[in-house]
Structures are given as structure tokens and as C-alpha cells.
Design a binder for this molecule. Sequence first.
Ligand code: SF4
Ligand code: MG
Length: 334
Amino acid sequence: TKQLLTVDELKVSFQTRDGQNQAVRGVSFHVGAGETVGIVGESGSGKSVTAKAIMGLITPPGKVTNGKIVFQGTDLSGLSEGEWRKLRGNRIAMVFQDPMTSLNPVKTIGFQMAEVIRRHRGLGKKEAIQEAVEMLRKVGITEPERRVKQYPHEFSGGMRQRVMIAMALSCSPELLIADEPTTALDVTIQAQILDLLKQLKDESDTAVLLITHDLGVVAQVCSRVVVMYGGMVMEEGTVEDIFYRTGHPYTQGLLRSLPKRAGAGKERLVPIEGSPPDLIDPPAGCPFRDRCPYAFGKCSELPEMAELGEGHRSLCWLVQEHSTLEQALAEGEA
Ligand code: SF4
Ligand code: MG
């Protein structure tokens, strides 16, 4: 099948005083048209940098040093800044963690929405405001006629994120990249925003790439998952592959650190013991080796990606010849 987005062997590094920080070290995955894919990993895994690279937003001291990003058959690495601008917000839209940073505090919500609508659809001022009202209604904001005249600080965090999602979708992008869109929100509002994303997704053909540290969020919205660690893809598969037959000890760790009851109050993700690798001087071999409970001799070499099933792959020596981590462990004990 034809892919909407293909990321192939992407490498991104940042020049720092201490050397090159190799934030993304050869990441490959794809997103099909209309599909919802989650990229999950702890902070420093390279997931946000990957998203920024797809948007053409890596700027010095950052640099894409390798790989291809192909969107609708076009290699994006060849685009000029002007062509990037046309693509961004038009065919690829992005929603960030903190909507306040993307909204202008001294302009009304309606004005800002209308500006985006006019730019993309060439509507007149009045029509654009009317459209903004409709969009606010669509994303579940009550009394939109009154709200449209208000300023960002008069909106709650959840409402601001609804506005951002509405603006992102106003130009019917083929791909929406959402980077931790609910992380700053409390659990109830978070669930509402995820429901909204799901609902809007069902109503349009927009594909979604959801970047999150929270595997629970992925389970609610995505059909496929890419698990990142230390700037690399550790595992990729359907939500079922990841939750019921994981092929990677890191994914297992993430699953174990999920709150036990779904939607259970304020419990936060408990980090896996230890800390992520230093990407200025990354360890040879498996990036997860220092924290992996199953590490063995061979793990000092970088594993090869193993196919565990259709579309299910894992970067782990332990599961090379097995279809799940469970099987690999059982075999090891036998
Ligand atoms: Fe653990 Fe080794 Fe697998 Fe890495 S390759 S996840 S260290 S078992
Ligand atoms: Mg991030």
C-alpha cells in the first residue's frame, strides 16, 4: 500500500559544547493515509526531534545528518524554506503541548482563528469569523459566538488546546502531528481532548502522528505504535502487538509502569529504573542495555531489527527467534 509518510534511516544531531548530541540515530517508520500512529518514549528518546524533522523545524545547532522523509511521494529534504511554509499548516499541521506558546495573548481567539482560515481558504473577514464560530462549536466549546471575542487567557488550558486542534484541522491537512497534546492538562480534560481527537479523526481523512510519553494515551487513540528509546526505534506494531505480545523489554517496562486501573486518578507513569543513555557518547550495542533486566553478553552489540509478525518488529537480541518477549523468556528458562 502507498504510504502517506515514510521516514527512512533518519538521523538528527545537535552540536553542543560537549560534542554532537545524536538525538535521533537511524529511525524508520511509516504512516498510512488516514492512519493514527503513536510514537511513544521517555523524554530524551528522540520522539519530539523526529516530529520536528518531519515538519522541517530542525534548525542550527541541530542538523539532519542522514535519511529521507518522504511525504506523498516527495522527498522533503529537497524543499526550500518557502516550500516548507506551504506544506506546514496546510498539508501537515502540528499541535504542541502548550497552546499558550502558539497563541497570541493580545489578539482575540476569533481574530487568530479567522487569520488562519483566511490564509488557507481565502474567505472574507466576516465569513472567516463565522467559520471560526462553527469550528469552536465543532470542537465542543459552548457559546462560541461570545467566546470568539475573548482572549486566550480567558480560555482554560483544555479549551485552548481545543482551539489549537480546530485551527490545525481547519485546512484539512493530510497529516496532523500532535506532540504531547494533553500532557499539560489534568486527567479528565486529557480524556476529553483525546475523545475529541478520535471524533475529528473519524470525521475526516487526516492521518495523526501522536507523540507521547504515555502508552495509555496511545492505547486510547492509535492503531499502530512506534516505541522509541535512545534515539532509536525499539519496537513497532499494532496496539495489540504492543500491549498483548510485546517483543521488547523496554516496552514491557513501559507497560509495567502504567497505572493499574484504566483512568485511575492522578497516578503518573513511574519511570523505569535508571536513566536514558548519554547521546553525546552513546553506548555501543543495545541502547537499553544498562537498564534491561535481561541483558546478556550479546547485548554489547547493536541488535538487528527482527520481524516478529506482519508489521511487528523489535530491536532486541533476546527475541530474535521468538514472536514475543514472553516466549523468548520461557525459552531462556527451559
Ligand atoms: Fe535487553 Fe539485550 Fe534486548 Fe537490549 S538486546 S533489550 S539489552 S535483552
Ligand atoms: Mg517532547
